[in-house]
Design a binder for this molecule. Structure first.
Ligand code: ADP
Length: 270
């Protein structure tokens, strides 16, 4: 049995009649606790880049006579600042997805557009690692949702597939669709995820040890954003992975029929 936490407020209306209001605060407490955890994790995570930026600014100051050193420190400072920026925007996105706010732009969304934009968003990182991203499977599927939120979610999966693959590897983005369901599967042949970590990696700020040593730039928020984004769309995320063999993350959403003008949408002038 579950322990319920309640508040009771007694208002005496007349000597013989009292009104007792009992309110279940279990849910309220749980939400409060999550909020507190989130805030304390967040401020902890923000301290790292802020600390580095402070130190680098001091280092630049004391290296003023040495232009090569100044350039070196300045480069690192701007990298830390960029990381801080990414961290902040991810925290904002996640907190928006976790809040009760409605997703703003609900419309008929072309899965082809989402996949293309998600791949495009990772093309610089993929090129830098010599990784080819291969798009396969069905075309012309549609879902109902927020195109930006969906694109960020799929983009995060592609970003991870690239980040945790060896140089020169291939990453696959495949779509399967029927009248009821659309699946977007992002596959890599990278480092893989040990079974005991497969649930934990969707928690915010969680990073597997192997990943920490491999990619220092990560935030540990990417998959948490994916999970909340897809859940907000009534969908689910499934993971298959074997250490040393690779991983497949599959996003499953409800399909909708293609909107009537879909075939001409690509040619329509905006
Ligand atoms: P990060 O910024 O660390 O990539 P994520 O939330 O996106 O944060 O991922 C959490 C952790 O899950 C990563 O640190 C890594 O350990 C693991 N992970 C995610 N995607 C993959 C993948 N495609 N291959 C191997 N490990 C992955």
């Amino acid at each position: 049995a579950e322990l319920r936490l309640v508040t009771a407020r007694v208002s005496v209306i007349t000597p013989r009649l009292s009104l007792i209001v009992i309110r279940d605060i279990t849910e309220h407490e749980r939400v409060e606790e999550m909020r507190r955890d989130f805030l304390s994790n967040t401020s902890h995570e923000l301290k790292t880049p802020v600390g580095a930026i402070t130190l680098l600014a001091e280092a630049i100051d004391s290296a003023a006579d040495d232009p090569a050193q100044v350039r070196n420190f300045a480069g690192r400072l701007s990298a830390e600042a960029a990381r801080l920026g990414q961290l902040t925007s991810r925290i904002m996105n996640l907190s928006r997805l976790q809040s009760a706010d409605d997703l703003t732009e609900l419309r008929d969304v072309s899965v082809d557009e989402v996949v293309a934009a998600a791949i495009e968003s990772q093309s610089i990182a993929a090129d830098a690692a010599g990784i080819a991203i291969v798009r396969g499977g069905a075309r012309g599927a549609y879902v109902r949702g927020d195109v930006q939120v969906l694109t960020e979610a799929v983009g995060n999966l592609v970003a991870n597939a690239v980040a945790y693959s060896p140089r020169g590897a291939q990453v696959g983005v495949g779509v399967r669709a029927d009248a009821a369901v659309v699946e977007i599967a992002v596959t890599d042949r990278g480092i893989g995820i040990p079974e005991e970590e497969q649930n934990r990696i969707f928690e915010r700020f969680y990073r597997a040890d192997q990943a920490r040593s491999r990619r220092t730039g990560g935030t540990g928020l990417g998959l948490s954003i994916v999970k909340h984004a897809i859940q907000r769309h009534g969908g689910e995320v499934e993971l298959w992975s074997r250490p040393g063999r690779g991983s497949t993350f599959t996003v499953r959403l409800s399909a909708i029929p293609a909107p009537p003008m879909a075939e001409h949408a690509g040619r329509r002038k905006k």
